[in-house]
Design a binder for this molecule. Structure first.
Ligand SMILES: [Zn+2]
Length: 412
């Protein structure tokens, strides 16, 4: 038996008056999703462990079977994995933004005035040339999103995610050692690490001001990428691969437009499949993603197909767009995968679920149980007749907790 998870990011929602007290997925026309629910078995999944924020990286990693209390290291190391940087055991990795601090010393934005990837690379490579050492390494990523690696650095430092603090004084948000940080053998102390990071932020300000990329942007009246801003420190996550955890997964693949999900997939030992035109937005290349998943199912035992558009619509608070994103997902991804699975010689189990709720009326992630439908050819159905938040609670799978989900799925 092969397995494919279709992950609809942020799909789960609440009843909405304008929809006649239905949720978006109940209101939307979803014949393919309803087929999975009606012909298959249903339940609810708790995807966020106690004490964790309902982030997509937490939920997706939990769905894939990872105990967050053991593996959670923040997004820096996941982004490192997504661009193929292998974090060594003695390194500390951080997300490193290129951003704009204005003349008054306030954080003007978290993206340096929407840098292109080429501009970002030039700036980061320059910083690595000037500030790089045995201890300090800058690694170029995408647009304004890069990596800072500190050999022997402590992860017990408090850093401010810059997108949470627009307009705030940068000085007040500089890196601090965490209260109660423990000293670790072979590593710098938290205080030493914080001092080094703050020094790098200062030095980046002097170096970036005179770089030709910023000189050109200044002369064109555009915002400059004036400083680096490191955050989300972490160590190499202690993750086994999925093949190590589940012998029936001899090899697998992940398909996603989102760096964090690709990073989790790479650390899980999955092939990362890139799909042209996969944007994470409502105009994403749905057919391309479905075709890539079907092709991957021929070569692999396990496929994790992640679609972001439903979450984006929730964050935008755009109800019509969310309904549309759900219908696109249904007609253009779920339906062709069901058709392909019906035609395959080898049996494939399909699981459909969101990672968390992103209710359009709240515009943020919510940690609440999400509906799952599981189907394979020949399965004996339960009594649920449509895919929805409420209907799934009457399914035969009941409430599934955290890492039990993938264990239950692998038993099909
Ligand atoms: Zn998510």
């Amino acid at each position: 038996m092969k397995h494919v998870i279709i992950l609809a990011d942020g799909l789960a929602d609440h009843r909405i008056e304008r929809l006649g007290d239905l949720t978006p997925v109940e209101f939307a026309s979803t014949p393919a999703m309803d087929f999975l629910a009606r012909e298959g078995v249903n339940g609810q999944v708790v995807t966020i462990p106690d004490g964790f924020q309902p982030g997509s990286e937490v939920a997706n990693s939990t769905i894939l079977g990872y105990d967050q209390n053991k593996v959670y290291e923040g997004r820096g190391v996941l982004e490192a994995a997504s661009i193929g940087y292998d974090v060594a055991d003695d390194e500390m990795a951080m997300r490193c933004n290129l951003l704009t601090i204005d003349a008054d010393g306030n954080i003007a934005n978290h993206h340096g005035g929407h840098l292109t990837t080429d501009e970002g690379r030039q700036l980061i490579d320059y910083l690595n040339e000037k500030l790089g050492s045995e201890r300090v390494k800058f690694v170029a990523g995408i647009q304004y999103r890069h990596l800072l690696i500190i050999k022997g650095g402590s992860k017990y430092v408090e850093c401010a995610p810059p997108h949470d603090h627009p307009g705030r004084s940068a000085k007040e948000l500089m890196v601090k050692p965490m209260a109660g940080a423990v000293d670790e053998p072979g590593r710098m102390t938290a205080a030493e690490t914080a001092a080094l990071l703050n020094q790098l932020i200062e030095q980046s300000g002097q170096l970036l001001a005179e770089h030709p990329v910023n000189v050109a942007r200044r002369s064109e009246g555009r915002l400059q990428a004036s400083h680096i801003w490191p955050w989300s420190p972490g160590y190499r996550p202690a993750m086994k691969t999925l093949s190590q955890m589940f012998p029936q997964i001899k090899s697998g693949a992940v398909i996603s437009a989102v760096d964090l999900i690709k990073g989790i997939g790479r650390l899980a030992g999955l092939e990362v499949i890139e799909v042209e035109g996969a944007t994470g937005l409502a105009n994403t290349n749905y057919e391309g993603k479905a075709a890539a998943a079907i092709d991957a199912l021929r070569r692999h035992d396990f496929v994790f197909l992640h679609v972001e558009a439903t979450d984006e619509a929730g964050h935008d608070g755009d109800l019509d767009l969310k309904v549309k994103a759900i219908e696109y997902l249904d007609h253009r991804v779920v339906a062709p995968i069901i058709d392909a699975v019906k035609a395959m010689d080898e049996k494939v189990t399909i699981a459909l679920l969101p990672d968390h709720a992103t209710p359009v009326e709240e515009r943020v992630h919510r940690a609440e149980p999400v509906p799952v439908a599981i189907w394979h050819p020949g399965i004996v159905a339960d009594d649920v007749s449509a895919y929805s938040e409420l209907a799934s609670s009457r399914g035969s799978l009941g409430m599934i907790y955290l890492t039990d989900f993938i264990k239950r799925l692998m038993a099909f």
